[in-house]
Design a protein. Structure first.
Length: 276
């Protein structure tokens, strides 16, 4: 029986020319079991093959802390650049392997009571959808704009700003006089509507109700005149005839009807019962 390889340590050789040439990190002393130039080159190649730092360290028989320590040393600038390029190459190859598994499936052995009786191909639909959303977000993105790439998001933002400027340029600037005229027009419409409602309500009343209302208004005016006369008499009693420096006051008597109030021409929202 053939033993399956661990995907974390499985290596797929990278074609020549895909990795940048770099100068190994200089070491104070050369040790056969240390990070020699040959071992550094082998580590970068294994990292590009597997896409895993752990697998690359295992391939060159070195520890992960030692690899990160080497990366931080002076003179490791080219080594760090090669490290990043190897990771990018490894991730790309991992995506290719995942796409191949999503399309062609994975062959699994079938056993019966410990005996190999055949194989079957298992397909992973979730892996296939993940790869489609990653490589074709325009068609298979979940949630609309959430699946758009960074380039698409930048283009949408640019178009939004352009459309906003065009919309603002098309808007007509309104002066303060036009705003006041519009408000006065609306208030006049409200006044006419209220007057029309009052006239319609008055027309629905019977003659007896109208007469009663007219009589009520007359009695109310009489009571107001009497109250004003009493108030004027009390003021004369309190002032007295010997007061000086006060204006002359007429004696109490029948009050003349007040002059008619001219009709109101300017209405406000407060007159209509709107309390801001």
């Amino acid at each position: 029986m053939t033993r399956r390889k661990d995907p974390r340590t499985a290596r797929t050789p990278v074609p020549a020319g895909q990795l940048p040439a770099f100068t190994p990190v200089p070491r104070q002393c050369e040790r056969h079991d240390g990070w020699t130039p040959a071992r550094q080159i082998a580590f970068i190649e294994a990292l590009a093959d597997t896409g895993s730092v752990a697998a690359a360290c295992k391939a060159v028989d070195m520890s992960q802390p030692g690899a990160y320590h080497l990366r931080r040393q002076p003179g490791a600038e080219e080594f760090r650049i090669a490290w990043q390029a190897a990771l990018d190459c490894g991730v790309q190859r991992i995506e290719d392997v995942a796409m191949d598994r999503a399309l062609n499936g994975v062959v699994e052995p079938l056993y019966s009571y410990g005996t190999l009786i055949g194989t079957r191909t298992r397909y992973n639909d979730r892996l296939l959808m993940f790869m489609l959303r990653n490589r074709a977000p325009h068609r298979f993105a979940e949630g609309g704009a959430k699946g758009l790439s960074a380039l698409d998001a930048m283009q949408i933002e640019r178009l939004k700003k352009q459309w906003r400027k065009e919309w603002e340029s098309q808007q007509r600037h309104v002066s303060a006089d036009e705003v006041r005229a519009s408000i006065d027009k609306k208030i006049e419409e409200i006044r006419r509507r209220v007057e029309g409602e009052q006239a319609a309500a008055w027309a629905k009343l019977s003659e007896e109700t109208r007469s009663a209302w007219t009589r009520f208004v007359e009695l109310r005016e009489r009571d107001w005149d009497a109250a004003n006369a009493d108030e004027a008499a009390r003021a004369l009693v309190n002032v007295g005839p010997m007061s000086k420096g006060l204006p002359n006051m007429e004696p109490p008597g029948p009050r003349k009807p007040p002059p008619p109030v001219p009709p109101k021409t300017v209405w406000t929202l407060r007159d209509e019962g709107f309390d801001p």
